[in-house]
Design a protein around this ligand. Structure first.
Ligand SMILES: C[S@@+](CC[C@H](N)C(=O)[O-])C[C@H]1O[C@@H](n2cnc3c(N)ncnc32)[C@H](O)[C@@H]1O
Length: 303
């Protein structure tokens, strides 16, 4: 089979899976950007439209996918370039330090191409779409009692600072840490003028930069997958347990990109048991605008 036909078949499989999981058209476009390489946006739009005859019940959704792909082909190319900046594989010979350094330089590049897509690919690089998803996640955090005027929050892998902006009025103080110099610079610009947020560059190997502080909440949105890749997830988990005040919560949104919910839940359960933490939410997918998987873990003690 020729390569172009293989790519078209791969694209239809991606779309079928997204339809089966009831995912948004934006998530489907993001997956197409990552998982297909040699087929352009116009041809991908054709694939989506051709699928309407077989998947008649999803024709509106397939037309939305096609419309997103056709609306701005330059934006789709930039989405692909953003995704391609960050390699999710780890070479056998790579140490944790080397992996973290490689990821930091990938995110330095990604944030220059598209700040919004560099932190959430399914924003498709659109700041308004990103803000809508961020607002949905921020409201969810509020409903869990994660935020509050008396709460101090550590945001690991803060990226461009979208959660600091969204949560600063709902927290006493927020400390954002990230390995990427470019991300920290973007975050400082975005959050200029917010008096209760601060940012630090971290080694990415542990939480040494905040070792002497205690927090009511630790936020980790789409960051654990990179800790898993670098082999430092367990170390981070036990440090999070130590940095949390009794009763404090860690919100881990996406644990890995292994596509195995059972393996992710098992890892979180093992870490939580080892650190005497309770799992409050185990692998739920509560968001309408984003396909992130949620784990909410509470340090025992407190009220
Ligand atoms: C997909 S982005 C998510 C950013 C942010 N949490 C958000 O949702 O907007 C992942 C971020 O994690 C950072 N990162 C990757 N590995 C890290 C590590 N070991 N320690 C701290 N930050 C890390 C990257 O530089 C990047 O800013």
């Amino acid at each position: 089979m020729i390569a172009a036909e293989q790519q078209r078949m791969a694209a239809s499989r991606i779309l079928e899976n997204c339809m089966a999981d009831d995912l948004s058209a934006e998530v489907a476009v993001a997956r197409l950007a990552v998982l297909t390489a040699e087929i352009n946006a116009a041809k991908l739009a054709d694939v989506a439209l051709e699928m309407r005859t077989k998947a008649y019940h999803c024709r509106g959704w397939l037309e939305d996918v096609a419309a997103l792909l056709s609306a701005n082909t330059g934006a789709f190319d930039s989405l692909r370039a953003t995704a391609a900046s960050i390699c999710h594989d780890r070479q056998d010979s790579e140490t944790a330090e080397m992996t973290v350094r490689r990821l930091a330089s990938g995110f330095d590049q990604a944030v220059v191409i598209s700040p919004a897509a560099s932190v959430q690919l399914s924003s498709l690089g659109d700041e308004e779409k990103l803000s809508a998803t961020t607002a949905e996640i921020a409201s969810w955090l509020e409903r869990q009692g994660f935020t509050g005027e008396d709460k101090t929050i550590l945001d690991i892998g803060c990226g461009i600072g979208r959660f600091e902006c969204a949560l600063s009025a709902r927290a006493k103080r927020i400390v954002g840490i990230d390995i990427s110099y470019g991300m920290i610079a973007a975050t400082r610009r975005r959050c200029a003028g917010l008096g209760n947020v601060e940012f630090r560059q971290t080694s990415g190997l542990d939480l040494g930069e905040v070792a002497d502080e205690r927090f009511d909440g630790v936020l980790a949105v789409d960051i654990f997958p990179y800790l898993v890749i670098a082999g430092v997830a367990e170390r981070h988990f036990s440090e999070i347990a130590r940095l949390l005040r009794p009763g404090g919560m860690a919100a881990i949104l996406n644990y890995s990109y292994r596509m195995s919910p059972a393996a992710d839940s098992a890892d979180i359960r093992n870490f939580a048991n080892a650190c005497s933490m309770d799992i409050v939410i185990d692998g739920a997918t509560p968001f309408r605008r984003w396909d992130g998987t949620v784990f909410l873990i509470r340090r025992t003690g407190g009220t």
